[in-house]
Write a protein that binds this ligand. Structure first.
Ligand code: NAI
Length: 299
């Protein structure tokens, strides 16, 4: 197959995606529940052979049976476990075309209340989970003559961070950065592999009970589960996991770098961009004033 030569996409410029997913192989982490299940369901509907991978065994078996996927246990915070997942996928199907590094947790706390156990847990799953997935699967995808696609799940909190989600946002900004740089590097080498970062707004899932998966060896707890579905906040616009899955399918087929579920939330991101632009302008004005002052002080 020809190299996807117009893959040029730094900062979301158009690239060729994987338009035909039929018969291809996908792995979705965190696939037992919520957005991962929604993505896996949509990929099965596209005719893909799908492996769902998750730390929750019962939910994994149930979801795999329900949607017609194969379930493989994984702890994404453990590099060896993700490596074993990649080997299992190759043993099952010989290759992999699409990897969705989606497993994640969403408990909340102010930064001043976070323990080191909290930091290790949230960065271990939400940031290292994605790093491990890229590390284990990128060589497999790169060797695939059909090309491949990686989808990393970040969040709107990876584009503009709200209070109480500090540790979460540190991880999600990292996922956005990882994906942007990877997109640029793959484009520069003319790779057949592409990458998207999924930045969802509010999706109805089980993320409000994330602590069900907190490891026993990280007990010192400042992070608390908060089910924001119970908050009467008119700023939330709730969508279903299958809607998020459909956004992912479109991003893979069309080659979008940024996969967005809530385009109406752009003002939140624009506010941050505006603050950064204002800071640059202010610094330039301060420098110019200092230069003018120095010139005027010359004898
Ligand atoms: P969820 O709780 O319904 O699903 C997350 C899945 O990840 C669960 O099946 C869970 O067992 C699994 N998981 C947790 N720790 C794991 C580990 N160490 N190894 C393997 N699997 C593990 O939550 P949801 O909402 O579907 O979350 C999926 C992703 O979407 C996360 O990365 C989350 O940060 C992100 N997200 C969710 C939003 C929402 O409104 N629900 C908004 C923005 C991003």
């Amino acid at each position: 197959m020809a190299r996807r030569s117009c893959h040029g996409g730094h900062w979301g410029r158009p690239v060729n995606g994987l338009p035909d997913l039929r018969g291809k192989v996908a792995v979705v982490t965190g696939g037992a529940s919520g957005i991962g299940k929604g993505i896996a369901t949509q990929l099965v509907a596209e005719g893909m052979r799908v492996i769902v991978a998750d730390i929750e065994r019962d939910a994994l078996d149930k979801t795999a049976g329900e949607i017609g996927a194969i379930g493989v246990p994984v702890d994404v915070s453990d590099a060896d476990s993700v490596g074993a997942l990649a080997r299992a996928a190759q043993e099952l199907y010989g290759t992999v075309h699409v990897v969705c590094n989606n497993a994640g947790i969403g408990p909340m706390a102010a930064i001043k209340d976070l323990t080191m156990d909290d930091w290790h847990w949230i960065l271990g799953v939400n940031l290292y989970g994605v790093i491990h997935g890229v590390h284990a699967f990128l060589p497999i995808l790169s060797a695939n003559p059909d090309g491949g696609w990686i989808v990393n799940t970040a969040s709107m909190a990876g584009l503009a961070a709200p209070p109480r989600l500090g540790s979460y946002a540190v991880a999600k900004y990292g996922v956005v950065a990882l994906t942007e740089v990877l997109a640029a590097e793959l484009a520069a080498e003319g790779s057949r592999v592409g990458v998207s970062v999924l930045c969802p707004g509010t999706v109805r899932t089980n993320i409000g009970t994330s602590s069900r998966n907190r490891p026993a060896d990280l007990p010192d707890r400042g992070l608390q589960d908060v089910d924001i579905q119970l908050e009467d906040n008119p700023e939330h616009r709730w969508i279903g996991p299958d809607d998020a899955g459909a956004v992912v399918v479109r991003a893979i087929k069309r080659g979008y770098l940024y996969a967005l579920t809530h385009p109406d939330w752009y003002p939140r991101v624009q506010e941050r961009h505006q603050a950064i632009a204002d800071a640059f302008r202010q610094q330039a004005a301060d420098d110019a004033a200092a230069d003018a002052g120095a010139a005027a002080a010359q004898p």
